[in-house]
Design a protein around this ligand. Structure first.
Ligand code: 5GP
Length: 195
């Protein structure tokens, strides 16, 4: 696989649909994938280190990057909280001869797909049902009724955009969803990618 191809994999899903688990599965299985570290203005959660899951930036720094056109895309995912993919992050990964995996929100995913066209493979991870999603969020026990309802409403809105993605993977059975996603990657990147 030539680095000049500069391809990207984009995964998006409603919260609780299993996106992080599938992303971690792919990163473990394919050594030529690399997680694209987004920039965000949200505060690190317990134990999160800067430069691992995210580059944690102040709003002023984030805005500086916006003015300098450093982002491929950025989005206000939650009120007052910004997330974005820095062009320099993708360049860093391509320079390693790897393919970036972007774990980003639905709007950001669609925007990048429009920009990169056939250089990108966008995959929407579909929860089995709204009811199953609710049960998963309840199991986490980290959220209130109200915030679960907010997430459910958001999930329904996000699902309405799923037909704009290159592929939809239904996460009914996690193992199957993982292998289905892996097969889509192999098809997109070619068999050499797995070596
Ligand atoms: P969290 O704060 O829970 O880690 O992530 C919140 C949401 O922001 C998730 O849906 C995640 O996929 C999304 N997100 C993370 N990085 C980016 C990014 O660079 N751009 C966009 N548009 N969304 C992102």
């Amino acid at each position: 696989m030539s680095t000049s191809l500069k391809k990207v994999i984009i995964l998006a899903a409603p919260s609780g649909a299993g996106k992080s688990t599938i992303t971690n599965y792919l990163l473990e299985r394919f050594s030529r994938l690399a997680f694209s570290i987004s920039a965000t203005t949200r505060a690190p959660r317990g134990g999160e280190k800067d430069g691992v899951a995210y580059h944690f930036l102040s709003l002023a720094k984030f805005e500086g990057h916006v003015y300098q056109n450093d982002f491929l895309e950025y989005e206000q995912v939650y009120e007052g909280v910004y997330y974005g993919t820095l062009k320099s992050e993708l360049e860093r990964i391509w320079a390693l001869g790897k393919v970036p995996v972007l774990d980003i929100d639905v709007q950001g995913a669609i925007r990048i797909q429009k920009q990169l066209g056939d250089k990108s493979l966008s995959i929407f991870i579909m929860p089995p049902s709204i009811e199953a999603l609710k049960q998963r969020l309840l199991k986490r026990q980290t959220e209130t009724e109200q915030s679960i309802q907010t997430r459910i409403d958001k999930a329904e809105y996000e699902i309405s955009f799923s037909n704009q993605f290159n592929a939809i993977v239904k996460n009914d059975v996690l193992e199957t969803a993982c292998t289905d996603t892996a097969n889509l990657l192999i098809e997109f990147l070619g068999p050499d990618f797995t070596k």
